[in-house]
Design a protein around this ligand. Structure first.
Ligand SMILES: NC(=O)c1ccc[n+]([C@@H]2O[C@H](COP(=O)([O-])OP(=O)(O)OC[C@H]3O[C@@H](n4cnc5c(N)ncnc54)[C@H](OP(=O)(O)O)[C@@H]3O)[C@@H](O)[C@H]2O)c1
Length: 267
């Protein structure tokens, strides 16, 4: 059984267009020596931006110093409303995200915006985590449900767990990682599973509860094909988001929705 994100995608696009139809809004993506996969992602970001009436520019840099200088320059540029930092980087992204003005932080990854997430007073939330939460809110009543989040990264696992356990969602969350001992048992007892592991087909049919909800965040390339963290056969007994599509599609839209929210705050 597939969880469709079509209606949610439509409503986020409408939210974006309400602002971009009336205003000139610009997103700048900054990359350090981007590889082929990153360039392909940035190309799709440019296409989506254009389709939603957002100006888009890509700046490629060649060193960490140049990357930091570029971000400082974009912070000061009144014509730039949002800054996207392309990843992966060959060092801890924190070393760069600290320089991004929180009012231009479309990804919600600056220490200020992540700190506000813990206070439950976010300007913008991390896009992928917000994508997971909004797909869930759109599909079920999360309140009181048991959720296992597999992964504890800064951009997915940790913020998803904080958001789901917070007062807006009231779920009971178990955060799992590579040191978790009884993973299968935890997943089997969960009403909802968020798989953000980065291992293809990691979640198997015999690991999940019948009729549970499985959000597949994984994007893995296997023999040139994109596959998720959840084996296809899980769809036979549970409700699962698709890869590609699903979380990734909503994440890209939330990034532009965050841009429009920040534009409103800036003005
Ligand atoms: N759809 C989207 O928009 C989107 C956005 C971002 C990322 N992604 C995808 O989501 C996946 C996760 O991304 P990420 O950035 O969160 O990855 P990450 O930083 O590599 O984190 C992976 C997490 O999985 C945990 N893990 C690894 N092996 C495990 C195991 N055997 N059992 C339990 N936990 C295990 C790790 O535990 P430790 O902390 O102990 O190492 C870590 O916390 C990737 O496939 C990525 O491409 C998708």
């Amino acid at each position: 059984m597939i969880i469709s994100v079509d209606e949610l995608a439509k409503s986020i696009k409408n939210n974006i267009l309400k602002i971009t139809k009336e205003n000139k809004i610009k997103l700048v993506s900054v990359a350090l020596e981007p590889d082929k996969a990153t360039l392909a992602y940035l190309k799709s970001q440019k296409k989506l931006s254009k389709s939603l009436n957002v100006d888009f520019e890509l700046i490629k840099t060649k060193s960490k110093d140049e990357l930091i200088r570029t971000i400082k320059m974009l912070n000061e540029d009144k014509n730039v409303n949002g800054i996207f930092l392309a990843q992966p980087l060959p060092f801890d992204p924190y070393e760069i995200s600290v320089y991004i003005d929180y009012k231009k932080d479309v990804e919600g990854i600056t220490p200020f915006n992540l700190g506000n997430l813990i206070y439950e007073k976010s300007l913008v939330k991390p896009c992928t985590a917000d994508s997971v939460v909004r797909i869930l809110q759109n599909s079920t009543n999360v309140d009181g449900k048991t959720v296992s989040v597999i992964g504890r990264s800064i951009i997915v696992g940790k913020p998803v767990s904080i958001m789901l356990a917070g007062k807006e969602n009231n779920a009971t969350v178990t955060i799992c990682h590579s040191h978790t001992k009884n993973l299968k048992e935890i997943i089997l007892n969960s009403d909802i599973v968020v798989a953000a592991v980065g291992h293809p087909n990691f979640i198997k049919k015999d690991m999940v509860k019948k009729n549970s909800i499985i959000i597949d965040v994984g994007i893995n390339v296997v023999k040139g094909e994109i596959v998720g963290d959840v084996e296809k056969s899980v769809q036979e007994i549970a409700y699962v988001t698709e890869v590609p599509g699903g979380v990734g599609e909503i994440t890209s839209l939330i990034l532009l929705e965050n841009l429009t929210k920040l534009y409103t705050i800036q003005n």
